[in-house]
Design a protein around this ligand. Structure first.
Ligand code: ACM
Length: 649
């Protein structure tokens, strides 16, 4: 690589256009900001905080149309241009939002590659909607951490934090009008308003979600009159039968007052109203509900949910808001509503076919514990056929083979697929990564989020042909050095608190949690799901199950396993594993030890192959067999050993 190419090599997400690469990198003095035209308080504060301690030299900022009052909005102009000359760096943007991104780029360049004389970047995002959905309900995520999440999103040039504020197990929005709804652990309206302002200063929109009419068990415990049957407290996860009764006027009155409070706190034009996984059982069993369906010519429970959605849409329209719903809201007569795709490839095009804009999330579910490159390969605008082919190919990915039969469970979602045969009247607005929090809480959040979110951030910002996953991982390692995203010290502390030594911590980082919903469902429910049934099944995790075992603190993708084998000193790795295994593992899951023993064994076999003591092909097939889950752990080094042996052939 020439030095000219090196100048932008560490940027993540990659910029749209590097007009001039520049060279050489000149030494610069401490950053000094000046303004061409008026100063912008938001940009000034960010530049002081982020560039203050760096050696960017003289930085002139020019913003044509700065906005220090309003919150960021969908489709805001995020373009910026950066020109580096020997005497000065010039950052130009039309808006506050573009200038904020330019400063992030300047920070990444200065911290990792330096600022080459003559560098000229012209950058803007591919998609306007680049988000992360965080479920703060299944487990409460402390407020202070939401601030940290906003900081991390800004570094990744993401611009939406979607908070899933209510579900069967809780209600995190501190409503003043409906205090009985509010969980003990919640955010007050004032706290949320402050978070909104903090995020707005960073160019990030906050999208609130109250999930209705399903996922409301918690609501019905406080207000049983809003449902058609009695709900019972539930500590379990999964789809619940409780849902709001769409025939009752008082339900809409309550929703109107709740959404008015939401509108008071969240200035964004969009509000998410859920709509996913509505279990029709209660509606089917209620004579009054069935009579209502007939009386209103609604056909069935699907029609009833669509009726409900129309009512909710009108409530929000009266508050000047547009609604978003999960893709179960799709209906031929649905109201104006953005559809958030989550059930596989086909619902995106079903939304576009009925002229509804779409936010793509199906390939970006971080709670599946997939590695980053899997999310990275899915383009939000990929033709449906190639998206389906990619979904099918997941079962062939060695790293997912232990859950391959379960992957086809989702093929039921392909029912009703359509081929778009015309240019749709609506479009893909962008995408959102989703982190559902059944197995995530405050301490485990950093490990779950930051290793893989950058892949989705780049997919949503950079051009569609930016697809080199090897280069992505190289840049990821650099990016993860930034304190907003780095989880190393925190993870070490968590594992040390379990009694592990430094050496033991090093080797357990070669393990990963098993993939898909296998941990959440457990063996029994996983089997039931494969046979097509859902409930009720015993599951290993409930709301109060502590998330404090080794598996909880592991990153879903072991970057150390990936990097180690590239540098492969197999002898050293084997010895490390050996010494770590010889230490005490008292109080630690036995499965950790068996997974590490399998790792040790695989390292020995790989050495046998490289030393010519055993045939490589034979070793590879033994390693394929050994790559099995040990309880909730999978020995993540093994696929990298297989790749390494394969490439060495
Ligand atoms: C969802 O994952 N239930 C939207």
């Amino acid at each position: 690589m020439s030095s000219a190419e090196e100048t932008t090599e560490n940027l993540l997400p990659k910029p749209r256009e590097v007009v001039g690469r520049g060279a050489p990198v000149l030494p610069r003095v401490a950053t000094k900001i000046s303004w061409v035209g008026d100063a912008d308080a938001r940009v000034e504060a960010y530049a002081a905080r982020i560039l203050g301690g760096l050696q960017c030299g003289s930085v002139a900022i020019q913003i044509d149309d700065s906005d220090v009052v309003n919150a960021p909005q969908f489709d805001m102009d995020e373009h910026y241009e950066l020109r580096v000359a020997s005497e000065q760096v010039l950052l130009k943007a039309n808006t506050t939002w573009g200038a904020l991104h330019g400063i992030t780029t300047l920070r990444q360049l200065t911290s990792t590659s330096g600022l080459p004389n003559g560098l000229h970047i012209n950058d803007s995002p591919r998609f306007s909607w680049r988000g992360c959905m965080l479920d703060v309900t299944r487990h409460f995520i402390p407020l202070a951490q939401l601030y940290q999440v906003v900081d991390g999103l800004q570094l990744l040039k993401l611009n939406v934090l979607h908070l899933h504020l209510s579900d069967d197990q809780g209600f995190r929005f501190g409503s003043r009008i409906w205090p009985k709804l509010v969980s003990d652990e919640h955010y007050t309206m004032e706290q949320l308003a402050e978070l909104v302002a903090y995020a707005a200063d960073r160019g990030i929109r906050l999208i609130p979600e109250l999930d209705v009419p399903g996922h409301v068990t918690h609501w019905l415990l406080a207000y049983p009159q809003w449902g058609s049957e009695k709900a019972y407290p539930s500590q379990r996860f999964g789809v619940h039968p409780g849902c709001l009764d769409p025939t009752r006027e008082e339900v809409y009155a309550a929703l109107a007052s709740l959404f008015a409070e939401i509108a008071e706190v969240f200035p964004d034009q969009y509000v998410h109203v859920g709509g996913d996984e509505v279990n029709p059982k209660w509606w089917q069993r209620s004579e009054a509900v069935q009579a209502f369906i007939v009386e209103h010519g609604l056909e069935d429970e699907r029609g009833l949910q669509n009726y409900f959605l129309h009512c909710v849409q009108q409530i929000l329209a009266s508050l000047d808001k547009q609604i978003i719903g999960w893709d179960e809201v799709l209906h031929e007569q649905m109201p104006e509503c953005v559809v958030q795709n989550w059930r596989g490839a086909t619902t995106r095009d079903r939304a576009l076919a009925v002229a509804r804009s779409c936010i793509v999330s199906a390939p970006y579910y971080l709670d599946l514990h997939f590695p980053a490159d899997i999310h990275y390969q899915f383009d939000p605008q990929a033709p449906q056929q190639s998206w389906l082919a990619m979904e099918n190919a997941l079962a062939e990915d060695r790293r997912l083979r232990h859950i391959a039969p379960a992957l086809s469970w989702t093929h039921q979602w392909r029912a009703g697929a359509i081929e778009l045969d015309h240019e749709p009247a609506a479009k893909v607005l962008g995408g959102e990564a989703c982190l559902w929090a059944e197995l995530v809480d405050g301490p485990t959040l950093p490990m779950r989020l930051w290793g893989r979110l950058p892949a989705i951030a780049e997919r949503l910002w950079s051009s569609a042909d930016c697809r080199d996953s090897v280069d992505f991982y190289r840049r990821l390692s650099t990016l993860l050095e930034f304190p907003e995203l780095s989880w190393d010290a925190h993870q070490s502390q968590c594992l040390q608190d379990l009694g592990l030594s430094a050496l033991q911590i090093e080797v357990v980082r070669w393990l990963e949690p098993t993939k898909w919903y296998s941990r959440l469902l457990g063996t029994q429910a996983m089997q039931a799901r494969l046979q097509g049934s859902e409930m009720p099944q015993a599951r290993p995790y409930q709301v109060h199950t502590p998330l404090n075992r080794v598996v909880d603190y592991l990153a879903p993708e072991s970057l150390s396993a990936r990097n180690l084998v590239r540098e492969a000193n197999l002898q050293e790795l084997t010895e490390k594993c050996d010494r770590a295994l010889a230490q005490s593992w008292s109080g630690i899951d036995e499965d950790v030890v068996t997974a590490l023993t399998a790792t040790w064994d695989a390292l020995q076999l790989t050495q046998d192959a490289t030393a010519g003591r055993r045939a490589k092909d034979q070793v590879i097939s033994v390693l394929e067999e050994r790559y099995q889950p040990h309880g909730e752990y999978i020995p993540a080094l093994i696929p990298h050993l297989i790749n390494w042996l394969t490439e060495a052939q």
